[in-house]
Write a protein that binds this ligand. Structure first.
Ligand SMILES: [Zn+2]
Length: 265
């Protein structure tokens, strides 16, 4: 069991519950002001079971693809503005229904993917004929066999979902070639909605947390932490990256969309 008073960002024993939300507490660190909930996902080390992809589930996932495609095509544009993708080895961490690996393939890249949810891996195989791995990026199968391997790693809407984002970024850094690119997007804590929700919680003595209950969730694979711009920048730099810049294709102030490069050894 993880001791949540140990900050998931800076590692100091300086965090305490600050906001009482629905079935979770939102912790804040007095050292670095990182915010995260006291919930972690469980990854039972079991072999995949029989197919979960019923006709109904397949139709449901299919129905969500057009909406996701709008965002992911924008993300692909952002990647292409920095990297000529033809022949590049690319790893999409948290590939969901497999749309981004399929776009990478269309763009001439060699796509790889990680997705912990079996139902999405099954969908990806059926729909796009792409085989996605279940092992997370810190697994030895990535860390040993793919060290300094990938030209590009992407984390679309993933960093806010993982149990330990600092460890995830360090593990991602290890599998990228020196000079290779990391792209990611994640919600921003600097957004007006987040700040307004914090004020509302304080002034209502906890009765009106506004969006805090939707920005975070105790359900499996949901949002566990949200970064400020400064926190994300610092974390990327201590993980072995140099931040190149933010996307000019994404105009939302509620999201951080970033490209960085792995430092030379
Ligand atoms: Zn901290």
């Amino acid at each position: 069991m993880y001791d949540f008073s140990r900050c998931k960002l800076c590692g100091e024993n300086a965090a305490a519950p600050k906001y009482k939300l629905k079935q979770m507490s939102l912790y804040a660190c007095s050292n670095c002001d990182f915010h995260y909930i006291d919930v972690l996902d469980d990854f039972p080390n079991e072999q995949p079971r029989e197919s979960l992809l019923t006709e109904k589930a397949r139709n449901f996932i299919e129905s969500k693809l057009p909406q996701n495609a709008i965002q992911l095509k924008k993300n692909l544009k952002f990647v292409k503005a920095h990297v000529a993708l033809s022949g590049m080895h690319c790893l999409d961490i948290g590939s969901g229904a497999g749309l981004f690996p399929s776009l990478l393939k269309e763009a001439g890249a060699v796509p790889h993917g990680i997705e912990p949810q079996q139902i999405f891996r099954e969908f990806t195989l059926k729909k796009f004929q792409l085989s996605i791995r279940r092992e997370l990026i810190d697994d030895p199968c990535w860390q040993n066999e793919y060290a300094d391997y990938f030209d590009v790693v992407t984390l679309w809407d993933t960093l806010e979902h993982v149990n330990f984002p600092a460890e995830t970024l360090k593990a991602a850094c290890r599998v990228i070639k020196p000079g290779g690119h990391l792209f990611l997007d994640t919600p921003s804590r600097d957004s007006f909605f987040y700040r307004a929700s914090e004020w509302s919680y304080r002034f209502s003595k906890g009765t009106k947390p506004l969006l805090l209950n939707t920005l975070y969730s105790p359900k499996p694979y949901c949002h566990k932490q949200i970064f400020t711009t400064a926190q994300l920048w610092t974390l990327l730099e201590i993980s072995g990256f140099s931040v190149v810049g933010r996307s000019s294709f994404h105009r939302s102030r509620n999201k951080l969309v970033v490209v960085c490069r792995k430092n030379a050894a």
